[in-house]
Ligand binder design. Structure first.
Ligand code: 9MR
Length: 383
């Protein structure tokens, strides 16, 4: 499944059709199909391939990163600029400047533009949930504010942002609803309200539910239940995003495969929305991407500050290849694979859950150079 078509597939498709209608050996294309030189072309018609971009990309501060994004990816997600604290920092005050830059960058480069995110418990200012006296808002007050926020933000970008992460991270690890201020104040129906308002603000934008650790069975089942419930009660949900903040040993490919099947069982595409692989030693048994977690640096927790040895480059590459084999096998269910960042140097994993480590979670190294994992994925996808 992929919405942006690539000219590279025309020759093989003609050849396949020729064979299928029984016309004998297929005619050879006049020219050889060129070897893909980008992730987006290598992924071909299987799925979109994207990157999360910080404001440094559209603002021109990170020229080399911008060129990489233009060259390699056909979809972008904003890493921060459309989050509540940036776009709506004070009551009645909206700042669309960085968001406008982000969307203009995507448009100038013909990309599928994702808006991240409308309703989340994190990066949302305290005033959202409290009245002027510092007391919790009432259900009606918070619902009215949610309506104002979603209709203003989605309305501002109507027809230009192609898909929204409407609700982010509403589930707990056991698949039940997470205890968040949205839920405490509005009630469980805050999710359906968010989808209703987003649908009214831009009926043509795709609307997604997005969360982390959906590779784990209880949470995948919880997300499927949640989204199916929304669909059955007449709400429009166009896809489920599994963030994909993975480790070297989690999730196992078979587990990920089962989770994709569970998520896709609701009849909507699955998207891998924030892919990276954390190969640094774990602070604890914690999995997932809870931004509230923090740890202290201690000996042995930053082992590759001087560089990543070849053996680890190879291990990272093997891990990426095994995950992409799952995405490729399930490309009838997986619509998009977006990396959470561009190069290792700016990944959030340099400062989470421990500040100041040297992380290597992406396909491009600190100088923007393609890593072994990049080359190996290109080979696997081109086959
Ligand atoms: O990558 C984002 C980082 O720059 C922010 O400081 C952080 C703050 O919450 O959010 C990061 O992005 C998160 C995303 O919005 C939701 N899923 C987890 C991501 C990594 O924390």
């Amino acid at each position: 499944m992929k919405r942006i078509t690539s000219l590279l597939v025309i020759a093989p498709t003609v050849a396949a059709l020729w064979g299928a209608v029984g016309c004998g050996p297929a005619p050879q294309p006049e020219t050889d199909v060129p070897t893909p030189t980008s992730l987006k072309d290598a992924a071909d018609l299987r799925f979109l391939v994207g990157a999360a971009v910080s404001d440094a990309v559209p603002s021109g501060q990170a020229r080399a990163d911008s060129l990489l994004v233009i060259d390699q990816f056909d979809t972008i997600t904003d890493e921060n600029v459309l989050k509540w604290e940036v776009v709506h920092p004070e009551p009645g005050t909206y700042d669309f400047e960085p968001g406008d830059r982000y969307v203009a960058f995507g448009e100038a480069n013909g990309m599928f533009i994702v808006g991240h995110t409308l309703v989340w418990h994190s990066q949302t200012p305290r005033w959202v949930f409290q009245n002027e006296a510092g007391e919790p808002k009432t259900r009606d007050e918070l619902l009215a504010l949610m309506e104002e926020h979603i209709s203003t933000v989605v309305g501002h970008f109507k027809g230009r942002v192609h898909g929204w992460d409407v609700v982010n991270e509403a589930l707990a690890e056991d698949g039940s609803l997470r205890d968040s201020p949205w839920r405490r104040i509005i009630g469980d129906d805050f999710i359906e309200k968010a989808f209703e308002i987003a649908n009214a603000a831009d009926p043509d934008a795709e609307l997604y539910y997005n969360d982390y650790s959906l590779a784990n069975a209880p949470k995948a089942e919880g997300a499927a239940r949640l989204v199916l419930g929304l669909i059955e009660s007449g709400h429009r949900v166009d896809g489920i995003g599994e963030q994909g903040h993975y480790k070297m040993d989690w999730p196992a490919p078979a587990r990920l495969d089962s989770a994709i099947i569970t998520l896709a069982s609701v009849g909507r595409p699955v998207m891998i929305t924030e892919l990276d692989i954390d190969l640094l030693p774990a602070r604890s048994r914690d999995r997932g991407a809870d931004v509230g977690l923090r740890g202290d640096m201690s000996e042995g927790l930053d082992p590759y500050a001087a560089g990543l040895p070849d053996s680890m480059q190879q291990a990272l590459s093997d891990r990426y290849v095994e995950l992409f084999r799952v995405f490729m096998d399930r490309s009838d269910m997986v619509d998009r694979v977006t990396f959470w960042g561009i190069t290792d140097s700016t990944s959030w994993l340099n400062y989470w859950p421990i500040f100041g480590r040297t992380s290597y979670p992406l396909l491009f190294g600190r100088g923007g150079e393609p890593k072994k994992a990049y080359h190996d994925l290109m080979d696997v996808m081109a086959r």
